[in-house]
Design a protein around this ligand. Structure first.
Ligand code: ADP
Ligand code: MG
Length: 396
């Protein structure tokens, strides 16, 4: 993958940067600026190199229309505060305002163009439409830096097509994400463990399939665990169950046995009558889930079992919460896994939007993990072993 170093001296050059600024907003206020912070290493480096920095980013899904509630104005303001320099926001994507703002940029100055998804061509399925918009982006710059990790799995004009038109390279965030996720999936230092959870097994089939080939152990928690328990012949009450996946899951259990992968399922589980924060909860063994109850977290014996396994590993990839961590009564399993990972000196990578949110919400110090991915879909696709278009284009 080409890095910024390959772009040569950037002083006075117009550098187009794709960042991921798709932050959560409530009443126009940013509620989590993590993605903006994650973009700072690249932006700071470019500013210090004397580049004229032109940023492309999206926010939400305005579906090709200019809708003020999807304006990047709050992002421009927050970015300016974080980087401690003015950030000029163009009022359009590639129109008169964008062109004028870029033309007036001095060395080390920053402009942000409006939400690229205001332009329907940005994520058009029509290659020609995307290429046309990409050519307009390319006219605004001399080189391109791809740093929006959260979108590198998308074949979109500001991610993929523009990279083909300008000298292009991966930014600091993308380099760190790719290095970390590859280190935790390809040739990991062993013992290598994978912890999987989250709501549905059907969302993670590709991940299980790919990592089952590589891991020394696989710990299964979260909603998906109940389909595994059902595949073992247990009744799971009213827990999340994907009946149509039972045969597939049986196949995984067989593959694990054949390959000598230690596949660990919950031995106990926290159950409740209802999916509610204040529903009275109790702990039962995994083979004794009452018919009228649902499993909403792994139980304490399982949490201890998982924590001990994690402590024995040199590399751990984790995707998917162990329970409904959003409700305090069902957060203990996720907390135990996060705790074990943060105490371990292993190389630890957390991928998946909700998993990353969970460790933050539960108050863990992010620096105690080797890497927390900023990209949900993109990190999942890397764990699946897929080639991502926005990365491949920086490699050939
Ligand atoms: P990620 O975004 O990290 O890939 P997912 O989107 O697959 O994770 O799953 C996250 C969701 O799974 C969380 O909202 C959590 O509440 C839910 N979940 C975890 N365990 C259970 C369970 N036992 N029953 C229902 N939902 C669960
Ligand atoms: Mg999710």
């Amino acid at each position: 993958m080409r890095t910024i170093d390959t772009l040569g001296d950037l002083r006075g050059k117009r550098v187009l940067v794709r960042s991921d600024f798709n932050v959560p907003l409530k009443d126009g206020v940013i509620t989590d600026d993590g993605r903006i912070k994650a973009a700072l290493p690249t932006l700071t480096r470019l500013v210090e190199a004397g580049a004229k920095v032109v940023i492309l980013a999206h926010l939400g899904r305005p579906k090709g229309e200019v809708k003020p509630e999807f304006s990047l104005a709050p992002v421009a303001k927050r970015l300016g505060e974080l980087i401690d320099a003015p950030v000029t926001l163009a009022s359009d994507v590639v129109g008169d305002s964008a062109q004028a703002v870029v033309a007036s940029l001095g060395e080390g100055e920053i402009a942000l163009l409006e939400n690229v998804r205001y332009d329907a061509r940005e994520n058009s399925k029509d290659d020609a439409a995307r290429a046309e918009l990409a050519a307009e982006y390319a006219k605004l710059a001399d080189v391109f830096v791809s740093d929006g990790f959260g979108v590198v799995h998308r074949k979109q004009a500001s991610v993929y097509d523009v990279a083909k038109l300008l000298p292009s390279a991966a930014g600091e965030l993308v380099v760190k994400e790719i290095e970390s996720l590859r280190r935790a999936t390809d040739n990991p230092e062993r013992p290598y463990g994978v912890v999987l959870g989250g709501s549905k097994v059907s969302d993670k089939l590709g991940v299980i399939k790919n990592l089952l080939e590589k891991a020394d152990f696989l710990l299964i928690g979260g909603g998906m665990a109940y389909t595994f328990l059902a595949a073992q012949g247990y009744s799971v009450g009213t827990s999340l169950l994907e009946k149509d996946q039972i045969d597939t899951v049986k196949g995984y259990i067989e593959t694990a046995a054949a390959k000598g992968v230690d596949l660990v399922l919950p031995v106990d589980t926290v159950v409740a009558l209802e999916f509610k924060a204040d529903a009275p909860a109790s702990v039962v063994d995994a083979d004794a889930i009452p018919d009228d109850q649902m499993g909403l977290d792994i139980g304490p014996k399982t949490a201890k079992l998982f924590a001990d396994k994690i402590a024995s590993a040199k590399t751990v990839a984790w995707n998917g919460p162990m329970g409904v961590f959003e409700m305090e009564a069902f957060a203990a399993g996720t907390k135990a896994v996060a705790q074990a990972l943060s105490e371990s000196s292993c190389f630890s990578v957390i991928g998946g939007g909700d998993s990353a949110a969970a460790v933050r919400q539960l108050g863990f110090d992010e620096s105690t993990f080797s890497h927390i991915s900023t990209g949900g879909g993109a990190s999942l696709e890397l764990l699946e072993g897929k080639t991502l278009p926005g990365i491949a284009v920086l490699e050939d």
